[in-house]
Each structure stands twice: as C-alpha cells, then as structure tokens.
Design a protein around this ligand. Structure first.
Ligand code: NAP
Length: 344
C-alpha cells in the first residue's frame, strides 16, 4: 500500500524522518507491505510539493546546500502557505514536526487542525497543540474518523502511550512517575559526576539535537510538564498545564547535588501524576531519589516512565538514549501503525 505523507517542519526530526523512510524502504515493504512517500515538506522557506512523491535525498541536499525545502529543484515553492501546500500534496498522513510552543500551540495547532479538517490522519512530534487543546483535537479526529497519534511528543523513544494502549487493558492507572526530559537529565548527571558545568551540559544537549529550540522549555521544567499533561489527559483524566506544580533543574544547586550524593541518592527531575482523594495531582520537581526507586538508574540522555496500576502492578520502561533519530523512529512508528490499523 502506498502511503503519502506531508510533513510540516524539516529540522532535526524532519530530516531524520526523511532519511529513515529512504533507508528502511525494504524493511517497510517486507514487514508491512508499505511504501511511504513524502509528497510535501515545509519549513520557514516555504515547501517542496509533489503528489507523485519527492526524493528524500534531493530534499536533504536542498536543505543542506541551499537552506530550505523551497529550494528543492523542480518542486520547491518559496513562501507557499501550509493550506495551499497541503491541498496540492494529496497526503494520507500529516507529520507535524515544527517547534513546540506551549503558550500559543502554534504553528502546530493550526497545522493539526488543517490536516484533520482536510481528512488527513496526523502523527505529531510537537507538543504545544496537545498540551493546550488535547480534548478538542481528539474530538475533531474522532468526528472525522481519523487517527491523531503522538508517540514522538511524549518522551520518545519510550513506548509510553503504546504501553498503556496495548498492555494495560482493564487497568486503572493509579500513578505515573517519569523522567521525561533528556536535557534536564544530562545537566543533572553532569552536575553529579562533575563532568561539566550547567552551561556545558546544556550546550552538549543542544549539540546532540535533544534540546528544545528554546532551552528554557527544558531547564525550567515546561517540557516535562507539557509531556506529563498530555500523558495524564490520555491515560488518567482531564488536566491542564496550569495545574502542574513546576520547578526545573535551574533551581538545583551544586550543594543540593552533593548532599543527595552523600546520602546515596540521585537528583532527578521527576514528573508525577497521582490520584489523591479523587483529584489528579501533577508535580514536576527535582527529587533526590534513593537507589530502590524504579528510575534511579535513568541517567544522562535516558528517559524512563513507571506506571502503577491496580491489576498489573507497576510497569517501568527505560530507554537507551534519546535524540532526533529515535524521535524520527517514533514518528515512523505512528505512521506505520496509522497505515496498518486506520487505512486498510
Ligand atoms: N529533537 C528531538 O529529539 C525531539 C524529541 C521529541 C520531540 N521533539 C519535538 O519535535 C519538534 C521538532 O523538533 P526538531 O528538533 O526537529 O526542531 P527544529 O530542528 O527546530 O526544526 C523545526 C522545523 O520547523 C520549521 N519551522 C519553524 N517554524 C515554522 C513555521 N512557523 N512554519 C513552518 N515550519 C516552521 C523549521 O524551519 P527551518 O528549518 O527553515 O528553520 C525547522 O525545519 C519540536 O516540536 C520538538 O519539541 C523533538
């Protein structure tokens, strides 16, 4: 089956996605019978659009050498607006990979609404729209009979949402404890081991492509809060960003790290959602966790989630290391699963 994908955003994640569908063409065909074709890619220069399909190699060259999708030979369209680009792309699925903005949700919010109202499924890596309008967007998708997937937006490459969707049938989720932001975890590890200063660790995360375009989102705990809000909405009940008690790693001092170490503990930026007396309580704060905590061993670029349930007990998943390639795999995961379960 041919699956046409239009992608908003051609940065770290978008470029790895384009590269991955090209490199994994045979596996995708053999395992799932899918041919994934990019029919539109947008960035701040405009877009490249071809309903017949764009060559990922040519697109990546245009981005590298000329600075944007709009300079893709033959198919580049400088300054074209997303609506016109999408209308010409004839896509089945829209991938949203523009920067996250948790104040306005834009440009992701408009892009996702445009995609759903145009009858296209969505796989989003950006979080802002889901943080601000989770219920509205899910309702819109449901009314249109479309899928709105977001594996890449909630601590990629951890199978957070998939764990709940595919493994916890019948369970009530009592609590979520999670380390959801690789940049914060890198900074804390660096402070703990004395490998570098706060600023050096942040620069390293930026170099690896895991930091947000606006690093305040990482170090002030906004990114963790946003992911926690999305996960809680999906798994436990309706909550909003202003309900989260939030403190980021920018509030952690070397003395706090030293004190924790002296007690055999490790400071983590923990996101927690708990049901207390029928209400949901959300916190994102640095916590000195003891060695017996399920997320004690989650270090540096790793992330982890521990879900406590009534029927299945506690399940914990820890990833091997994040980055834009792993995030692109999450987007691919959503695209493949949309094609398998929503398009056939
Ligand atoms: N990087 C990761 O490891 C990771 C992990 C999980 C989730 N995410 C999420 O994935 C999304 C993309 O991350 P990234 O690292 O790929 O970001 P990025 O490198 O900053 O890329 C963003 C892309 O969006 C384009 N863009 C910016 N503003 C736009 C606008 N108004 N309209 C259209 N395109 C616009 C940029 O264009 P130009 O190229 O022309 O600047 C760029 O191509 C973010 O929302 C992030 O939170 C990232």
């Amino acid at each position: 089956m041919r699956v046409a994908v239009a992608m908003f955003g051609f940065g770290n994640v978008g470029r790895f996605f384009a590269e991955t569908i090209s490199q994994k063409r045979e596996i995708l065909a053999d395992r799932y019978g899918l041919e994934i074709v990019l029919t539109c890619v947008t960035d701040t220069t405009g877009a490249a659009v071809s309903a017949q399909g764009l060559d990922p190699g040519v697109l990546l060259d245009a981005k590298r050498s000329d600075g944007g999708a709009a300079y893709c030979p033959q198919y580049g369209q400088p300054g074209i607006d997303p609506r016109s680009a999408l209308a010409n792309a004839r896509a089945d699925i829209v991938v949203e990979a523009t920067p996250t903005n948790m104040t306005t949700g834009e440009p992701g919010l408009s892009n996702i609404k445009l995609a759903l109202s145009s009858g296209m499924h969505v796989a989003t890596a950006s979080k802002g729209a889901l943080v601000l309008a989770y219920s509205e967007l899910m309702q819109l998708a449901k009314e249109r009979g479309l899928a709105l997937k977001f594996a890449a937006a909630v601590a990629s490459p951890l199978p957070t949402i998939e764990l709940a969707d595919f493994a916890l049938q019948g369970c009530e989720i009592k609590s979520i404890d999670a380390i959801l932001n690789a940049t914060s975890n890198c900074i804390l590890r660096s402070m703990e081991t004395g490998a570098g200063t706060f600023e050096e660790a942040l620069k390293d995360a930026q170099r690896r492509g895991v930091a947000e375009a606006n690093p305040r989102l990482d170090v002030e705990g906004w990114d963790t809060s946003g992911k926690l809000v999305i996960l809680t909405n999906a798994l436990m009940g309706k909550v909003s960003l202003n309900e989260v008690e939030r403190r980021g790693v920018d509030t952690v001092t070397p003395e706090m790290v030293k004190e924790a170490r002296a007690e055999g503990k490790s400071i983590k930026l923990l996101g927690t959602a708990r049901r207390v007396n029928g209400h949901l309580e959300l916190r994102v704060v640095p916590v000195a966790v003891p060695p017996e905590h399920p997320l004690f061993a989650v270090n540096g670029i790793q992330k982890g989630i521990s879900i406590d349930t009534d029927l299945a007990g506690r399940l914990t998943v820890i990833d091997g290391g994040a980055g834009p390639l792993a995030t692109a795999q999450c987007v691919l995961r959503d695209v493949v699963n949309i094609a398998r379960f929503h398009m056939r």
